[in-house]
Write a protein that binds this ligand. Structure first.
Ligand code: NAI
Ligand code: MG
Length: 365
């Protein structure tokens, strides 16, 4: 098989700082595990605007369509706040997601034992937590027509439309069931079929996909509001949660905070399989460009490193190597390695971004 290809788009702010640590890990896999990657780098976001006048050059877009996986840092920053909407850094990221048709957004909520006290919930509720939220990313109320602010009689009305086709529900349901087979074999689908027709169709299609193709996976349904309560009450009851764009936006952010710092959270966005069978894929940390700490060596690189672990698992079929990397992260945390965002009241000396990278590389060795 040919060498797997990776396009790295480090972006703005702390993006390049955290990505530098991932690059060292990619090199480690090439040298120590005989797993070379064909890595290319390019610009996205504000840095692309500075050079090309657009947050994503057409050549970069074309490259992203060809590689096996894209790894992105973060985009944006105060320098670009006054730019026209059409060239804002975020537009570069939105264009990537849209043109690659990345319909399934995977957001794990995983609680490393050493950080369980960072959660807003009690330790025993979150320790060992490992769930995955699959959010539909390219349809639903953020895209449905009609939309806008209209005038009706003597007042204005703001309109958005929740809209899902059967095929859109079908493909994201399949993504969730496939994932569940590689994890705890359990899917909980969340909608509001009690008050929304799109939810009725959602439940129908998920049930049909399950019966036809994934009867071995345990399926349950929950109204999304009840799901939100259950996520806070007893999150460990879940394995994979599949839900629409709007509910997924809320539920994945809520689930993320069960586990503590933004600097720890990876994500993947997957699309349809390419000719080589691999899904179109973009991996990125959940956090932004953190202008308040950029350039100071304070950024936690773990979210970006765990995003690469997701790439190993979901794009390159290297689940054991992904486990190895996640275990290395777990070990350094258990040994007390902390970037400033992970410092508790007990104090101590925080590590720099590069020192955290050093520690993880040492644990890999
Ligand atoms: P942010 O995620 O950049 O920062 C929020 C807070 O978390 C800050 O105090 C920051 O220092 C901290 N933080 C974030 N990542 C961290 C890390 N790896 N290690 C340690 N601390 C970390 O969100 P914010 O401040 O709302 O946005 C800043 C810029 O980033 C804006 O221009 C925004 O548009 C952009 N942004 C980009 C995203 C992306 O590229 N996907 C996502 C969210 C925001
Ligand atoms: Mg959100």
């Amino acid at each position: 098989m040919s060498t797997p290809s990776l396009l790295i788009l480090a972006g703005d702010g702390i993006g390049p700082e955290v990505m530098a640590e991932v690059t060292r890990i990619i090199d480690w896999y090439g040298k120590k595990r005989d797993m070379p990657f064909d890595v290319s780098e390019d610009l996205v976001g504000g840095c692309a605007y500075d050079k090309h006048g657009t947050p994503l050059h057409d050549d970069t877009m074309a490259k992203a369509q060809e590689v096996d996986a894209v790894l992105l840092g973060a985009v944006g920053g105060p320098k670009y706040d006054d730019l026209d909407f059409s060239v804002k850094p975020e537009r570069g990221l939105l264009r990537l997601r849209k043109e690659m048709d990345l319909f399934a957004n995977l957001r794990p909520a995983q609680c490393f034992d050493a950080l369980a006290d960072f959660s807003s919930l009690k330790r025993d509720i979150v320790a060992g937590l490992d769930i995955m939220i699959v959010r539909e990313l390219t349809s639903g109320i953020y895209f449905g027509e009609p939309r806008g602010i209209f005038t009706e009689g003597n007042e204005r009305v703001g309109v958005n439309t929740q809209r899902y086709t059967e095929s859109e529900i079908d493909r994201v349901a399949r993504a969730a069931f496939e994932l569940a087979r590689r994890r705890g074999n359990k899917v909980c689908s969340m909608e509001k079929a009690n008050v929304m027709e799109s939810g009725v169709l959602w439940r129908e299609v998920v049930t049909k996909v399950h019966a036809e193709s994934y009867p071995d996976v345990q399926l349950s349904h929950m109204y999304a509001d009840a799901g939100a309560m259950q996520l806070c009450r007893n999150p460990k009851q879940f394995d994979v949660i599949v839900t629409d764009n709007l509910f997924g936006d809320l539920l994945s952010d809520a689930a993320a905070m069960l586990t503590g710092s933004l600097g720890m959270l990876p994500s993947a966005s997957l699309g349809a399989p390419m000719a080589n069978g691999r899904p179109k894929a973009l991996y990125e940390p959940v956090h932004g460009s953190a202008p308040d700490i950029a350039g100071q060596g304070k950024a936690n690189p773990i979210a970006c490193i765990l995003s690469f672990a997701m790439a190993l698992r979901y794009s390159f079929d290297q689940g054991a190597e992904a486990d190895r990397l996640e275990r290395a992260v777990e070990k350094v945390l258990a040994d007390g390695a902390r970037t400033p965002d992970l410092m508790g009241p007990e104090g101590g000396t925080p590590l720099t971004t590069a020192q955290m990278g050093d520690a993880i590389l040492a644990a890999l060795d």
